[in-house]
Design a protein around this ligand. Sequence first.
Ligand SMILES: [Fe+2]
Length: 390
Amino acid sequence: MIDYRSAGRLPRKPHTVFRDDAGNLLHEYCFTRVGFDGPFTISYHRRPPQDHGDGAPHPSLWPQRVEASFDSGDPLRRRHLRSQDLGPGGSPTSGRRPLLFNADLTLGVVCPTEDDAYYFANGDGDDLFYIHKGGGEVRSSYGNLTFGPGDYVLIPRSVIHRIVLDGSPQHWFWMECRSGLRTPNQYRNPVGQLRMDAPYTHRDFRSPALPDVIDPDGPRVVVSKRRDRFSRHLYRHEVLDTVGWDGTVYPFVFPISRFSPKAGQVHLPPTVHGTFATGGSLVCSFVPRVVDFGEGAIPCPYPHSNVDVDEVIFYCDGDFTSRRGVSGGSLSFHPAGVPHGPQPGAYERSVGVKSVTELAVMIDTFEPLRITEAGMSLEKPDYDESWWSA
Ligand SMILES: [Fe+2]
């Protein structure tokens, strides 16, 4: 939902006769959000998109979102989850591991080793991946979209797709955004264009290219998910047979390196790093940048209590001024209710620093997050005590 785009062949007007070169009628498909009031895309297909059948239950492709029991030790504490310790496995869909969740979000990691052998349609939310390592291609009804390290990849709710890997080791941070993902409202002007002072431009977002054949010899099976229940649907024809589309709903890639950071005379709040928003969360990008330049400025984030917000950071690369003991793949989970801030010495050391190399993705959520058993299993002990001065 970045802007209006189109690909392939389209009739002059929607809902009118449109034929292929042999004279066959092509089939229109309207893909709408918020009933018929929200963003939409209209696509054209060689076969009717509704021609599927034999809908049946399908085993869960990934562990359900279940809170770790309080009995197993779930007090309010700051946690360090090492997703780099999670063994690789599964496909981009079956390899997902929910670590934290609330009604708005599922946060997890995926380290897939094999391609999806079926198409998937997540009816529970928009899937946003941050590609820490790896790459591949999203094949969907909108065409093919390649991605690599440092890319955000968005797949909108219910878009039929599969992901084919490029053969390199994969490590992705995954956000299932149940209320939908958008750009923050303040980045848009009255006609919906990204403002000139937004931290990115329309040109920074890549959308799928539409070849004549999207997925040669692709599967004839679609697995859907709605209310956390998986179902299987069979097709008797090629599933991805789009000849053209236009609209505002389509998968996109946004490279985190295209985010333009801001610096101030003194420290600016994390909201200046805002990249995407959901109904109850803000996704922020911390990228290498010049830091606070005023006389006496302390570039390191100040100790704080953001009393209504839980905070999760996925650490990617570089040197983190405020945190020690974390590395690429680490997640910190700082729940509201207790203060957090720089670890001992970091505040003082940051004085006079001109620039930072950190690369990280942060999520602030209004509804408290709950941790899963898988999340608990990745917790590094003693993190909550690492603020104690020697
Ligand atoms: Fe914070």
